[in-house]
Design a protein around this ligand. Sequence first.
Ligand code: PLP
Length: 420
Amino acid sequence: MAARQRRPVALTDSWCTGEARTLTGVGTPGVSLKASQFTESVIREMTRRCVELHGADAVNFAQGFPDFDAPQELLEAAAHAMRDGHNQYGTTWGAPELREAIADSYSFHFDRVLDPAREITVTCGSTEAMIAAMLGLVDPGDEVIVLSPFYENYGPDCILTGAAPHYVTLHEPDFHIDLQELERAFKPRTRAIIVNTPNNPTGKVYSMEELHLIAELCRRYDAIAVTDEIYEHLVYEGEHVRIGSLPGMYERSVTISGISKTYSLTGWRVGWLIAPPHLTEGIRKVHDFLTVGAAHPLQLAAAEALRLPDAYYDRLLADYRERRDLLVGGLRQLGFACEMPAGAYYVMADIAAFEFPDDYTFAQHLIERFAVATVPGSSFYHLPELGRHKIRFSYPKKIATIERGLERLAPLRQRVTAGA
Ligand code: PLP
């Protein structure tokens, strides 16, 4: 067979990270120009390095998955669905049982009756939901606003879509939006803004004022809000506000969530999108050809998850609050400076007190010396220098794991004292 012919292509900045540049040629043989523009996930890389060096002894504060089990009844519901013969392709848009359960539990939040047939799509995790939304709604060259620091997937999502990301910085210490900066970022070419509240990596929960401004700008510029709300049940103070529930926003928003975080089932890969029919149509076509559908029996068990009583969510939040308070209190005692996260299960910790050259060296030191994995802060920023003095801890961990991690890091305290 003849070798695949590659014509030289010209990529403009719309394919890259925002800096004006033109690439010609074919890059690394076998690797597309798109794929050559991003690297392995730093989060998963840190986990892998720590496990390679320390095996089961590693304390993994890097990757956001629980080290405790999901509710037993959900595991049983999945086993039951398999034994009952739900082992073939399900409906591409999602098992009707799950779409109905999603409609039942979200209609109240949007103050409308959601139609499972036309407004809800089940995907392989919210990860697939995001890329399917981007590919289904955004054209190459369109601008997409990304608030930085951001969950690392959004960069590759933009590259794969061909969108030009326009980054707007969230300002420390509380990671707030400068409202004028955001206003300046919106342009006639702006097609969408990605909003992640509660936020990874900062633990920020967007304020009403910020969400209303985003909504107002979306309406003014006819842009779509793609909102990643995977941590919707982890808001420690106040209530989670869905941008799609704000006036005039349902028609121009895509709300993404899933079971990974709320039910401690990150490995099941079940997520969903809620969007009006005119947006759902395009997203569904992409979803169909990307994955055909999420695991059928696990979708049926996910439907059971959505019917858990309110007490489940109260307990979940109380447990996470305890983990948060333990970790943040412990980190502060060790000499890290950190804000108390208002939501999600991450904390960005400032490492200036330890006088390391940068975040990577520091994270590597924690792996080698203490068998503790974290994530270098720079990997969450469009301008890496903004995160050079930070590392991210995630805390979906047993209390005993958090205590073990903090004990291991105790020698850091002497380092601060000695340096002081
Ligand atoms: N979105 C955010 C903000 C996340 O932090 C994560 C996982 O860490 C995901 C999406 C991935 O979710 P899922 O497991 O549903 O693909």
